[in-house]
Design a binder for this molecule. Structure first.
Ligand SMILES: NC(=O)c1ccc[n+]([C@@H]2O[C@H](COP(=O)([O-])OP(=O)(O)OC[C@H]3O[C@@H](n4cnc5c(N)ncnc54)[C@H](O)[C@@H]3O)[C@@H](O)[C@H]2O)c1
Length: 357
């Protein structure tokens, strides 16, 4: 099997945390090129990977003949231009979420990548959580019955610190909505199906963060009606003081159906809570071992912190989809579908109205 050569555009936080360790687990994969606008960040990633080709200009990288696949992990506003240029040059593309600043650009990315015949993937990393995959499996085999309610609550304590590009709407698009709620919008689509209409609100309680202006939302909430009649309530905040961050903070998904209810919290990656209609209540349900890693992943689930290491399966799935010449499990179309809900949420908040999707 020939070696797949990767380039990474944007070598900041998520590249070091997720993408490089994930690619390191993939056989016959080499990171040969790196790009970051910051020479210091670029040099740190070069030292870590030994990549021979580095540039501060992404246009130098995405059209190279020796590059087969690209990971885009820049601030959000850059995603569409890089993804479209890479797809047109015949490169497979894994793009960080939110894949664009609006649904029109996201749909164009999906159309261009389809037209070019390349593999495309949105980094909805939580699709790879073992318990969430098991939940999807149980719903698929009918254990939930008819879906009634989807609920997600993501609460973090980011305080009032400066968030850099994340607090500038022109670079990030939105704040908490795109940062965190995008994952849960995608998961709602994955578990329940498309939404029919939503009403939403966003809030900015920190117009100054770390001494600099913040024109993005630090709280977002959506009330949704799904096409199949189920309801959804989704909330996410950066201002849940004292509740910690990332995988140490509350992150709950619940679903109620005609036959049963399930709930999941990130802190217990290998367990769901489960109760059946008329039963005695919620009880822990262990995740079978075959769900500990993504199908086709060589990752040893006993190695590393399981609250982090599931994320590496994302790169593995991308590589396997390229090799097996099949669509990725999460495509740009999923990214665009979530983006349409985010656009509708902003529109709803501005107009104080329900928005049809
Ligand atoms: N999937 C997830 O769970 C997850 C988690 C964190 C971040 N993200 C996403 O990943 C992306 C990056 O986030 P991050 O936390 O790594 O941010 P970051 O600020 O740590 O890294 C972004 C990097 O992009 C570089 N950059 C800026 N302009 C550039 C340009 N023109 N060309 C090349 N590089 C450029 C910056 O110098 C920086 O090093 C965002 O889209 C974010 O939403 C996703």
């Amino acid at each position: 099997m020939s070696t797949l050569n990767f380039a990474i555009i944007g070598t900041g936080g998520i590249t070091l945390q997720n993408h490089l360790p994930g690619l390191a687990l993939c056989p016959d994969v080499k990171v040969i090129a790196l790009c970051d606008a910051s020479p210091t960040t670029l040099e740190a990633a070069r030292q870590q990977t030994g990549a021979a080709i580095v540039s501060t200009n992404w246009e130098d990288i995405v059209t190279r003949d020796d590059v087969h696949a690209i990971i885009i992990a820049t601030p959000n506003f850059l995603h569409p231009a890089i993804a479209i240029a890479a797809a047109r040059a015949g490169k497979h593309v894994l793009c960080e979420k939110p894949i664009a600043l609006n649904a029109t650009d996201a749909a164009e990315m999906a159309a261009e990548a389809d037209k070019a015949g390349v593999r495309h993937m949105t980094a909805f990393t939580y699709r790879f959580v073992p318990a969430m995959r098991y939940l999807h499996h149980l719903i698929g085999q009918g254990d939930l019955g008819q879906p009634y309610h989807y609920r997600s609550c993501r609460l973090q304590d980011w305080g009032t610190r400066n968030l850099g590009w994340r607090q500038q709407r022109k670079l990030a698009g939105t704040g908490e909505l795109g940062d965190m709620l995008s994952h849960r919008i995608d998961f709602a689509h994955h578990l329940v199906g498309p939404m029919k209409r939503i009403v939403a609100n966003v809030g900015n309680l920190t117009p100054i963060r770390g001494g600099a202006p913040n024109d993005t939302d630090d709280w977002a909430a959506i009330l949704a009606e799904f096409v199949n009649g189920a309801s959804g309530v989704l909330e996410s905040s950066k201002l849940a003081s004292g509740m910690n961050e990332s995988w140490r903070s509350p992150d709950r998904v619940e679903i109620n159906g005609s036959a049963a209810s399930f709930s999941f919290t990130t802190g217990t990656w290998n367990e769901l809570q489960h109760g059946v209609l008329g039963g005695p209540g919620f009880k822990a349900l262990s995740i079978p071992r075959e769900f500990y890693v993504w199908p086709g992943s060589p990752r040893d689930p006993g190695v590393g912190d399981p609250l982090i290491s599931f994320r590496y399966d994302q790169a593995i799935e991308f590589v396997n989809a390229i090799r097996e010449q099949r669509p990725c499990s999460v495509t740009f179309h999923d990214g665009a579908q979530a983006q349409a809900v985010m656009d509708a949420a902003i529109h709803s908040a501005e107009t104080r109205a329900w928005i049809e999707l």
